[in-house]
Design a protein around this ligand. Structure first.
Ligand code: SF4
Length: 345
């Protein structure tokens, strides 16, 4: 065995075999340690393609060349009482964004039609809120059975903090999955939000899990966190057993007081995606908000580690035209999978 393999933290740059050894390890069922995940994030740029090759081997094992697409519907925008420092919809944000209460049935149904037309597997209904009020709960309970009946879409609801009772009501009306991001590592959480805690978010995920729905939870890269914070979030998500992990890259928005982080280069974004793939090998890893801005011309490489992405716009920022996403997937030789074909982890 080479010196590099014996001693992963030796000064010598890791070699291609080091990343393949990590892939071998996770494919054999032995989870990555925090130290190994940190090593992935610290991968030299010169080793990036070798790292991606190892991540792709793991992605291929669980998801072949499938790509799952998601379409976001910002069903209620702005007006949030929380102070999440990265969010254009927070009470402290000065960003000029649309502000409206929960959309009408017709608009929500129209979004589902677009999701179906765009080959999205999942329609994500998102509201800005600390948690849903009764009117919002009832709107979701009414629309979800209609959407499922008419379009057969997988439904993800992102409604903020949930009680056990609310989680059970969502399950009962047909919601398949709830998104509630941890956003960052536990140690960094109080620097990005003071109106609720990391533990509040974990409790919501546990309520979702107890109600029998899939958990979707990920984070945002570029909020002043350390590599250790990102690793700690990835390991927490693995331990919670989340099904789907959206990895966002912070989009600086005028009026939102969260400075751009210079180290979030396209290469660093790819290392982050590879780290999530190796820490959570059989989970769905989604390239989420900030894909176009931060990965730029390296976007296609992201799909060698991740196996899903959003098509269309994000909550308050624009995505690239869907045709460019379809072209990118075709150029890679990958295939879009629909609800019925998806191999759900
Ligand atoms: S709870 Fe959600 S919508 Fe409200 S400020 Fe935080 S991230 Fe934004």
């Amino acid at each position: 065995m080479s010196e590099t393999l014996d001693c992963p933290t030796a000064n010598a740059a890791p070699t291609a075999s080091r990343w393949q050894a990590l892939a071998d390890q996770v494919l054999a069922g032995e989870p990555l340690t925090a130290e190994q995940a940190g090593e992935v994030l610290a991968c030299p740029d010169s080793e990036l393609l070798n790292l991606l090759d190892a991540a792709y081997r793991v992605r291929r094992h669980y998801f072949a060349n499938q790509v799952q697409l998601y379409l976001l519907m910002n069903a209620k925008s702005g007006l949030c009482p929380e102070d999440c420092g990265y969010c254009s919809q927070s009470k402290d944000s000065q960003a000029e964004i649309p502000k409206y209460n929960i959309l009408s049935r017709d608009k929500l149904m129209d979004g589902a039609r677009v999701a179906k037309e765009r080959d999205a597997r999942t329609y994500c209904i998102v509201i800005s809120a600390r948690g849903p009020n009764e009117r919002e709960m009832k709107a979701v309970e009414t629309i979800v059975p209609e959407i499922k009946e008419k379009y057969g879409l997988h439904i993800c609801a992102c409604l903020g903090l949930l009680t056990d009772d609310q989680a059970q009501r969502l399950k009962a009306c047909g919601v398949d999955r709830v998104n509630h991001n941890l956003n960052t590592g536990q140690g960094h959480y109080e620097k990005i939000c003071t109106t609720h805690t990391f533990a509040d978010r974990v409790d919501t995920l546990k309520a979702v899990r107890s109600a029998g729905m899939e958990m979707c939870s990920g984070g945002i890269v570029g909020m002043g966190e350390s590599n250790e914070d990102l690793v700690s979030m990835a390991i927490e998500l693995r331990e919670l057993g989340v099904h789907s992990i959206p990895v966002n890259f912070l989009i600086p928005i005028e009026g939102v007081d969260m400075p751009h982080q210079e180290h979030v280069t396209p290469q660093y974004c790819l290392k982050t995606l590879a780290m999530f793939r190796l820490v959570c090998p059989d989970r769905e890893i989604r390239i989420a908000g900030g894909r176009e801005m931060h990965l730029r011309s390296l976007q296609p490489l992201g799909l060698y580690a991740a196996n899903s992405m959003f098509v269309g716009d994000y909550l308050t920022t624009m995505g690239q035209p869907p045709e460019e996403d379809y072209q990118m997937i075709r150029d890679l030789g990958f295939e879009i999978v629909s609800e019925s074909e998806a191999s759900v982890c």
